[in-house]
Design a protein around this ligand. Structure first.
Ligand SMILES: Cc1cc2nc3c(=O)[nH]c(=O)nc-3n(C[C@H](O)[C@H](O)[C@H](O)COP(=O)(O)OP(=O)(O)OC[C@H]3O[C@@H](n4cnc5c(N)ncnc54)[C@H](O)[C@@H]3O)c2cc1C
Length: 425
């Protein structure tokens, strides 16, 4: 028999960077009391805070400093204050101006998560469950989350931040019309199988092809080059997007960009969201042959460019492994409607479809304000509020965003339950 639990205002499924973002945002903006008074149940089987970042064998795509910016604006006294001088924080601070290994970032996020967890546990209306959300059902006036241990947590709304899984059908994907992975599907692996230590990495010897141009794609290239691959070919669709602090820096580096479409109108950064940073930036820069870069043993092919078409087909046919880096969809637990029928989330080329406030959209196009989904695989599309380069067609995703702009959007929505005037991303 499922055990009865009190009715919460919100049940958070997942306790990774996305889930914790609005809670940290609330603490920074003096609204934590208001949020906790709603009554929060947080369901997370692992440590609170780092989520998948604890498992990625790569460096951060952000500088160390932005991970620490969440501490700015938090009260000088109280539970968050101690975070400022912990060994994990000091180590990350040493990387404020470079791209730290994620193994340095994760321990800091774990400490942050521990503080959030203690705050929830101490509040009479909140609770943390070391458990998995196995199913989420809408009811007439809320949601019921069934956990792995058989609890039934009832709440007005659910926050679905359970991370991502490879976009469905990646092994049979059509890269561009006429260039298909299906004939080679036995040698196709998703980038996460190399990057995420929870998977056994494929043994890669000989020729490797990476399909994609994202941070994950170039992180996979880095891991392949560090391993036993003899030759790496990158097949990309949209050109290589490099991040620069501003247009002058990009020009000085000899990087060609569109001064309107590739520049964020809010802060002038070039390819603010889609641009490669850190080690991925270095590698892509070298592959483009920009001045001063050490030559990278990487061949670039542009999918859809007739000049590269034959070489792309040949590379796929001859590859020993093909690494697909086409991103993620949200790894949601099964969802159902109040009448018991399945609720199937809509998925598009950039992941699970949500509105500009993070309300889940189903395959019939209906938005569900009681189901708030964001984070890996379901990021919000950049809007005028959060900026970004107009050419960026994917989702805004990142720890800083969860704790700042996206955190604000979700927090406002959770506190105000605003459900009108939204658009699908
Ligand atoms: C390879 C890679 C590198 C990245 N590097 C960076 C970076 O350097 N900087 C940056 O800012 N962003 C980075 N990101 C983007 C993003 O910030 C991270 O992916 C981040 O971990 C996403 O947070 P999340 O909470 O959405 O998902 P996750 O980190 O995956 O966390 C999901 C959480 O939900 C829990 N969970 C899963 N299923 C259930 C369930 N059924 N019930 C309850 N809990 C569940 C998990 O245990 C986990 O704790 C990277 C993304 C990728 C893919």
């Amino acid at each position: 028999m499922p055990s009865a639990e009190p009715h919460f205002g919100l049940v958070f499924c997942g306790g990774g960077p996305a889930a914790l973002g609005p809670i940290v945002t609330a603490a920074r903006s003096g609204r934590l009391g208001e949020l906790l008074d709603r009554g929060i149940a947080l369901v997370e089987p692992g440590p609170l805070g780092p989520g998948g970042l604890a498992h990625y064998r790569i460096g951060a795509n952000s500088l160390g400093g932005p991970f620490l910016e969440c501490l700015d604006g938090l009260p000088d006294t109280g539970p968050f204050a101690a975070l400022r001088d912990l060994p994990e924080t000091r180590l990350l601070r040493e990387h404020a101006d470079d791209h730290p290994p994620l193994s340095v970032v994760a321990p800091f996020l774990t400490r942050l998560g521990a503080v959030v967890g203690a705050l929830l546990e101490a509040h009479p209306r909140c609770a943390v469950f070391a458990d998995r959300a196995e199913a989420v059902r809408l009811t007439a006036d809320g949601v019921v989350v069934t956990t792995g241990s058989g609890r039934e947590l009832t709440a007005r709304r659910a926050v679905l931040a359970t991370g991502g899984r490879p976009l469905g059908g990646y092994a049979d994907a059509e890269v561009v019309p006429g260039l298909e992975l299906a004939p080679h599907r036995d040698k196709v692996r998703h980038s996460s199988s190399l990057i995420d230590a929870r998977h056994t990495p494929p043994a890669v010897r000989g020729k490797a092809v990476v399909v994609g141009g994202s941070h994950s794609a170039w992180s996979a290239v880095d891991l392949l080059l560090a391993g036993e691959a003899d030759e790496v070919t990158v097949i990309h669709r949209t050109g290589l997007r490099l991040f620069y602090d501003g247009a002058d820096a990009a020009r000085a580096d000899g990087y060609a960009f569109d001064p309107e479409l590739d520049v964020c109108p809010l802060n002038g950064r070039v390819n603010r969201y889609g641009g490669l940073r850190g080690r991925a930036h270095e590698l892509a820069r070298a592959a483009l042959g920009l001045p001063g870069a050490d030559p990278a043993p990487v061949r670039l092919l542009r999918a859809g460019d007739p000049q590269d078409a034959e070489a792309a087909h040949k590379a796929l046919a001859e590859a020993d492994v093909i690494v697909m880096a086409n991103g993620f969809e949200a790894a949601l637990p099964p969802l159902s409607r109040a009448d018991g029928t399945a609720l199937t989330p809509a998925t598009g080329p950039t992941g699970t479809v949500v509105t500009d406030r993070g309300h889940l959209v189903d395959t019939e196009g209906a938005a569900h304000p009681r189901l708030v989904a964001y984070g890996l695989g379901a990021g919000l599309a950049p809007s005028a509020d959060i900026g970004g380069e107009p050419s960026y067609a994917r989702r805004a995703d990142g720890v800083w965003l969860y704790q700042h702009d996206i955190g604000e959007i979700v927090l406002d929505d959770l506190l105000n339950e605003a459900t009108t005037g939204e658009t699908h991303s």
